[in-house]
Design a protein around this ligand. Structure first.
Ligand SMILES: NC(=O)N[C@@H](CC(=O)O)C(=O)O
Ligand SMILES: [Zn+2]
Ligand SMILES: [Zn+2]
Length: 437
């Protein structure tokens, strides 16, 4: 059945749209956009006060399937994504077994087509078992639908190996995503190296442990011609390197997470809250502010959650023993609206670029715009919704969020995938997007 969304503020910088009008969905596509639309037989929804944007896309999530389904699985992770307002996610290959071959990749894509609540794109590994030594089956994975390659969870340690990854993958036209971490420098670092690591008496994870690989991978991109996407960038200097690289024409893009934009290492003081143990670590206040500037000035290409679920018993231990990572799918939009849009750091159009337009471009999936003919993958946002994050309120199997107890403004109320409401007035509906991608 056709759906007519009336009186919403439609925002899409791709087509220069920011106005209150109507949008008609028919047969999975946008049929019309304009004022005073009518459609016989259509379900009519009054969305006065709401914002409608091209569906949000998170290109860095960990769905944990196969192998770690006690933390998350494709069904629960994509439900969390939809609750957070996302129509698409791109999942990382650090599963068990690693997604480093076409068979495991097929498994994830087929499973997502059966139980996924939204579209699922898959990043394959660069190296076998994330070992950093032997190339993965990149060609076969590209042929079977991988959208990117990354050893996320680990940095590729050997520069020669990273060069081979870039050279080998280049003909497949897939972006290499880089988790920048020099293991020699970082060693068993737990928190950012600085006053906080000293105060807490925890082993330090220095900024240089990240920046050295940011610089190295941009140089290797220049050498090979392969595009490089810097994952979860956290430092002011790293951001400057990307800024300069872009000015020089390097094929570099970068992402930041809501937690690195909103939280700093000082938050860990006294609490030793293991939910704040993430990789890369929460940095100092100066780095945090620099990242916000990078988001505002266009250096940062996109915002991703790095949704990294871990079970309660795994995080409920000494800081040093806890795994790195926090969940983020269900809090990302509220965190971005509260930290960036509400204070006027960015406007809504820039949010759409950061969370919808650029992510699609980086992983090379179809453009979605608010114009007739486009696929109706849409997110409806209540910009005035004020809500408090609670440990028992997640659709995710895990609740290791660093935002628990915080009050956020802005929340997705409805999500359409191919014209189907997979989230309706805040409720997950199912049936899910079959055969997604
Ligand atoms: N970010 C994290 O702290 N953890 C991620 C790995 C990663 O993204 O590097 C995980 O898989 O748990
Ligand atoms: Zn990572
Ligand atoms: Zn990650």
């Amino acid at each position: 059945m056709a759906s007519l969304l009336k009186n919403a503020r439609l925002i899409d910088p791709q087509v220069g749209l920011d106005e209150v009008c109507d949008l008609l969905i028919d047969e999975g596509r946008i049929a019309a956009v304009g004022a005073g639309l009518a459609a016989e037989g259509a379900e009519v929804r009054d969305l006065a006060g709401k914002i409608v944007v091209p569906g949000l896309v998170d290109i860095h999530v960990h769905l944990r399937e196969p192998g770690q389904e006690h933390k998350e699985d494709i069904a629960s992770g994509t439900r969390a994504a939809v609750r957070g307002g996302f129509t698409d996610v791109c999942c990382m290959p650090n599963t068990a077994p690693t997604i480093d071959n076409a068979i495991t990749l097929d498994y994830v894509r087929n499973r997502a087509a059966q139980v996924g609540a939204c579209r699922v794109h898959v990043a394959g590994a660069c190296s076998k078992g994330l070992g950093g030594e032997a190339l993965s089956d990149m060609g076969e994975m590209a042929a079977h639908g991988a959208v990117a390659f990354t050893d996320d969870g680990r940095g590729v340690q050997n520069a020669g190996m990273m060069r081979r990854v870039m050279e080998y993958s280049e003909p497949f036209g897939k972006v290499i995503m880089s988790h920048c971490q020099d293991e020699g420098l970082v060693d068993k670092g737990q928190v950012n190296e600085g006053p906080v690591s000293t105060r807490l008496g925890l082993q330090a994870w220095p900024a240089a442990g990240e920046e050295i690989q940011v610089m190295r991978d941009m140089e290797l991109s220049r050498l090979t011609g392969a595009p490089i996407h810097i994952q979860h960038l956290t430092t002011a200097r790293g951001l400057d390197m990307v800024r300069r690289g872009k000015a020089e024409g390097t094929k570099v893009t970068c992402e930041v997470t809501p937690h690195h934009l909103m939280l700093a290492d000082a938050c860990i003081d006294e609490t030793y809250d293991t939910n704040l143990k993430v990789n890369p670590p929460l940095r100092g206040e100066d780095d945090r502010r620099a990242l916000i500037e990078g988001v505002a000035d266009g250096t940062v290409d996109c915002i991703v959650t790095d949704h990294a679920p871990h079970a309660h018993h795994e995080k409920d231990c000494e800081f040093e023993l806890a795994p790195f990572g926090m969940i983020g799918l269900e809090t990302a939009l509220g965190a971005v609206v509260s930290t960036l849009v509400e204070p006027g750091v960015i406007g809504w159009a820039r949010l759409v670029e950061l969370m919808s337009v650029r992510p699609r471009q980086i992983i090379g999936i179809d453009r979605v715009a608010l114009e007739p003919g486009c696929r109706a993958d849409l997110t409806v946002i209540d910009p005035e919704a004020v809500w408090t994050v609670t440990a028992d309120g997640f659709a995710s199997k895990s609740s290791n969020s660093g935002f628990i107890g915080r009050t956020l403004k802005g929340r997705a109320t409805d999500v359409y995938v191919a014209g189907r409401a997979v989230l309706h007035e805040g409720q997950l509906t199912g049936p899910y997007a079959q055969g997604a991608c």
